[in-house]
Write a protein that binds this ligand. Structure first.
Ligand SMILES: *Cc1c(COP(=O)(O)O)cnc(C)c1O
Length: 229
């Protein structure tokens, strides 16, 4: 028999948002911070609109995607159905996708090289849209990973500002998988502070509570909300 309820079935499936929200609130309390000082980014990469809808219905309003093309394919419909959602690009950006990225995203966490700065500056100017920008650090100096090496960070941030006229809000990092994350979070916070940056995008499903202790203002949480990918 066909179901009488016209809502998609996925709207009734449980997701991890409530549990994650609870843990974020507890981590804020432990760190003696206001819950409102931490933005929870629900990382929906690889999940389709049917899986994202119940997380929106459960109250999430900030989402993260790591690929421009994937986000373009699934978000426009959701954004018009649910006004007030902010989209953050948390994955690598190619210069030739800067136009689409500036048009779609409210924040970009992966600013890490001059060609991206140049492309973003041009698009911000021509589209009159100003996504919030984060410089990505490669705190573990891993060759396969994107991001600016810690030793180059001050000069890169200065170039973003002075040469490209970009307003940088903060720093983002992804600690190496096999290391304790705390020193990477501490280093990111230190580099941000000495450059006058107030936002810290750090902390994922496995380590967001530690990141909050170290001052994260944006935690990027995927699998703890959506399940394994
Ligand atoms: C996938 C991803 C996340 C979320 O990771 P989980 O372990 O699923 O929480 C966070 N940040 C970035 C940059 C990612 O690519």
């Amino acid at each position: 028999m066909a179901p009488q309820n016209p809502q998609p079935i996925t709207a009734h499936l449980p997701n991890g948002l409530a549990a994650v929200e609870h843990e974020v609130a507890r981590a804020c309390e432990d760190a003696r911070r206001e819950r409102s000082s931490v933005t929870l980014i629900a990382v929906s990469k690889t999940f389709d609109a049917d899986a994202i809808t119940p997380v929106i219905e459960a109250g999430a309003r900030v989402f993260g995607e790591n690929r421009v093309q994937e986000a373009k394919a699934k978000w426009p419909g959701l954004l018009s159905a649910y006004p007030g959602i902010a989209l953050h690009l948390i994955g690598p950006l190619q210069s030739n996708k800067a136009r689409e990225a500036v048009a779609l995203f409210d924040a970009i966490h992966s600013v890490d090289r001059p060609s991206i700065c140049e492309a973003l500056a041009k698009e911000i100017d021509s589209q009159k849209r100003r996504p919030e920008l984060f410089v990505q650090l490669n705190t573990g100096e891993e060759p396969q990973k994107a991001g600016v090496a810690p030793g180059d960070a001050d000069a890169f941030i200065a170039a973003c500002r002075e040469k490209y006229g970009l307003s940088i809000s903060g720093l983002m990092c992804i600690p190496p998988v096999n290391e304790a994350p705390a020193p990477h979070f501490a280093l990111t916070a230190k580099i941000a502070a000495r450059n006058g940056l107030t936002k810290l995008s750090m902390g994922m499903s496995a380590d967001f509570a530690i990141a909050i202790q170290f001052g994260a203002t944006h935690v990027r949480i995927g699998s703890a909300i959506f399940g394994t990918r």
